[in-house]
Design a protein around this ligand. Sequence first.
Ligand code: MN
Ligand code: MN
Length: 476
Amino acid sequence: MKKAEDIKKKISYSRKNFWLDTTKNEQKAAMKFSENYKKFLNVCKTERESIDYTIEELQTKMFLNLDDPTIKDSSKFVYKVFKNKAIAIAVIGKSPISEGVNIVAAHIDTPRVDLKQSPLSEDAETRLGLMKTHYYGGVKKYQWMSTPLSLHGIVIKSDGEVVNINIGENENDPVFVMPDLLPHLARKEQMGKTMGEGVSAGNMNLVFNSIPFYEDKEEIKNGVKLQALNLLYEKYGIKEEDLLSAELQLVPSGKARDGGIDKSMIISYGQDDRVCSYTALQALEDVKEISIDKTSIVYLFDKEEVGSDSVGGATSVFFTDFIADLLKHNGEDSGSFNLRKTLINSNVLSADVNAAINPNFPSVHEAQNAVHMGYGVALAKFTGSGGKGGSNDATTEFMNKVIRLFNDEKVNWQIGSLGKVDEGGGGTIAKFLAKHGCNVIDCGPGVLGMHSLYELTSKADVYSTYKAYKAFLSKA
Ligand code: MN
Ligand code: MN
């Protein structure tokens, strides 16, 4: 009996619960770390807001903009914003960049409901002012009905002036809803349909206003729509044509909160993938304070939720262009050959969340290979669906190297695949970065209720993710 236990201890593996495995100090640090993370979630609900926050943060930490013509060649802490949609930040190490860099790459876009390009209309029957919408990313449409929404975004006026919109986050702001159907009348319209068909994109109109524009008590045709435009013009100087090029996004209104009676978790919109964006940024800021050999880089990309295309996505030239800029800035050859070799010599964590095993729907997970809340950051060798279709498959050599690093640095980690093999699947930006020949593996915390309005994470996993990224950026 004794022998079996000794052998078991020596050669078998089981994932470790952070709360049992770590010291009280470590647990306190995890709790404390989440306080600023919640603040980040509250002010960064869109990709542009995430970039604005990041720039502000970097400037207080003395990072310099590579696009600033007065930047000194000797600056070791630099960043670059790409088309206001993506950002990259680097701490330049002592070794030549061409020997390879360590990268943590996350995304800052989130599933949401966008306004259509020509959004405003007036419903003739109800005389309500409506905003037409177009959902973005993998959402379950019904979740977005009858829940308070805020309007965030940017409108550029005909004279070029930029207007930032943020309605619904302050206590005195109004909020908006897309009204769902009452159950009393939903028997045929919704209840007999599949869940995917119960709410269609065409049902997702936002009620924007209800008071008509009037002159001397005269009723004006489409007066409700006119009054909506009038209010927008009075408040922001925006005309209807300005809306046609705007980016306006509906996101859940409200703030990140502690989850659970023990406050061990966080409930918030947008933790996929702001949990990785935030932890990566914090890790890089810490790396700045230590002397490192290899250059450390954090990328925050747009458009992951819709396939990583478009100008700020991980498939854009920005990924390689920033490295070329760094080579040039560091006095190294930034030509195509050297750039390719730099990328091939580089290590990447594709920093994205994973699906934690859900006690309400255990049948889609395979517990032994799934991510468990509170057991640390998850490493996913591959993603994809079915027979690993469309996945990045990290090499065993690279995965082993990362695991050894995490063990050395006392990072709580676990393996994690998305779900049972034939249940579905999903991908990350990993495969787009691997195309350039870098070593890439997916690494991030588990999330419960991913892509819902209120995603749940464990503070233990958030903190473990930060520790993992810091170890990787400074020592991989
Ligand atoms: Mn993600
Ligand atoms: Mn996602």
